[in-house]
Design a protein around this ligand. Sequence first.
Ligand SMILES: [Zn+2]
Length: 642
Amino acid sequence: MKPRKLSTVRSSDALRDHRGMAMSRRRFVGAGIASITLTGLAPALAPWRAAGAEAAAPGASSYQNFNVALFVELSDMRRMASNPQYMEESWNVICRYMKVGKVWLETYRDTQTTAEADVRKVKDFFAGKGIRTSGGIMATGQGRPGDRLAGFCYSNPDDREKFRKIVAYTAGLFDEILFDDLFIFNCRCELCQKAKDELGLSWTDYRLKVMKEVGEDLVVKNAKSVNPKVNLIIKPPNWYEQYQFSGYNLEAQPKAFDMIYCGTETRDAENTNMHLQPYQSYNIMRFYEHIKPGKFGGGWVDPGQRQTLNRYTEQLEDTLFARPKEITLWSYGYGLENLRQADGTAKVTSVVYEDAGDTFDKLDTFLGKLGQPYGVATYKPYNSSGEMYLHNYVGMIGVPMDMYPEFPDDRGTVFLTESAKFDPDLVSKILKHLNADKTVIITTGLLKALQGKGIERVVEVEDTGRKATMNTFTFRFSMDEEPANLYHSDSDITIPELAYGLVDSEEIIQGIYKENNRYSMLLQVRGFAKGRFFILTIPENFDDLYHLPPEILSQIRRDMMQDIPVYLDSPARICLFAYDNNTFIAKSYQPFPVRYNIVIKKAGARLFDLRSNRALQGYVNGSATFFEVRHEARTYNVYRFE
Ligand SMILES: [Zn+2]
């Protein structure tokens, strides 16, 4: 177990945030909203899809680059089992738009169990269509009025026995079971209080310990004793920074389960209480790929709280940009609408599935031409938190992130945020990386956390605790030249003040307060015989990263993205998704068209629109080639370069 250094304030903030998210999910469920699961298996891994295709009438074919799965929630299971006509009609509507290869059939949710006869009816229906079926469990319990968001109490023998029976029941029906998010342990009952206190643990550590055991015994051992070939998949939610507070043990559970899966629903960043940045739908996928390589099932999107249909499309796209085997849509009934006709009959329609199908068709035409995704390696230790979700803000300023649960010492550049403080050997790893002639960039949040705890072994820089608010910035390309030109942000930005020795360190980017004082926005440390060390100043409000002038953002990109042959010389909220075969995607989250430069870091480079194969006109500037593009609002473009 990593030492916990979380302050009380951070913990309560985190819990409040997490609770808000989870509550919204619960309301979502309570409102009768079903979820959709889209899944994509690479053709070589999915022989069953071909077989299914032959057997099925609708949904006959499959996508080349991913499998699509659909989650059937408990209320849908009951409706379909009791109404075969609805089951047939609704499935026909879905197949009109999408090529679904698998359905997850839910056996349990919120104290309710799907009766075995109902499970068999629905399972047989899909088997008859040649569609693979797997089980799904939402391990939510009773709670109490006003506090319904509860899992089982795993300190309580009766609750444990209930949960054990649900898992055994489902393992008897399916060869694969997915444990949907809210497989949580947030109970604080007297049994839990006593058990925790006797062990002398924090709530987080108690929950992590119990859920490790629950995963190993009540899920894996239990399910395999019923069905030795059952494939067990744990699917934590989208709030990856906050899992540990409610018992998700990202270190232990993926080791116990056969596979992992993840929620990628970022919904609407501006207008919902989750406030997740769109880039997270991609970033969390990369994190999971590194947690259990080869055993990462895929991403999971729901259409809730999206405000616009396009926001739903974007979540599907960003999930698939990570090139998963599968994407799951939550859920069957929620994606459907029932329209009452003039003659009194009901007609089933779906704008959500039409949109999803259109998105899948488009992505399937080019995903196969992209290589493996990669980005700036960043390290978030298991069960850590700090500068919560900052990686996604960095992704939104055009720096592609590649998040690892272990220190990625084989990568050239490593970016470290405050969450890395959970590694007690972090400073030694930083020094080792630098001495291997590589680059380390830390944030001011991590600097502050490590102050007096070893960062002095690298450099003596102090967060003074003072703040400054400014709107003027300047930069230099390297420590050996003077900064030139002034650039203005479109709003005031408040940053922490650092104290350091000039000549010992130099600001690459400066913030200028009232034309007088200069503050470091990006500090580089002198004197290393090998390697490069930077401290990136994170504004007091992460959102202010989006308000930095494009020229300043581009200098951040140049220093952070030394290992990546392309960057966007653009404002914030235009994301870059890079692949290892000279292909990339630029995606705009700006609300209006933006003109900017794509910069390929070599003279005489050629750039093509990958889908149309049209060549773009560029010009050589020093050792790079610049291509001016006009990027329409909320769209993406796919490129390859030579
Ligand atoms: Zn309890």
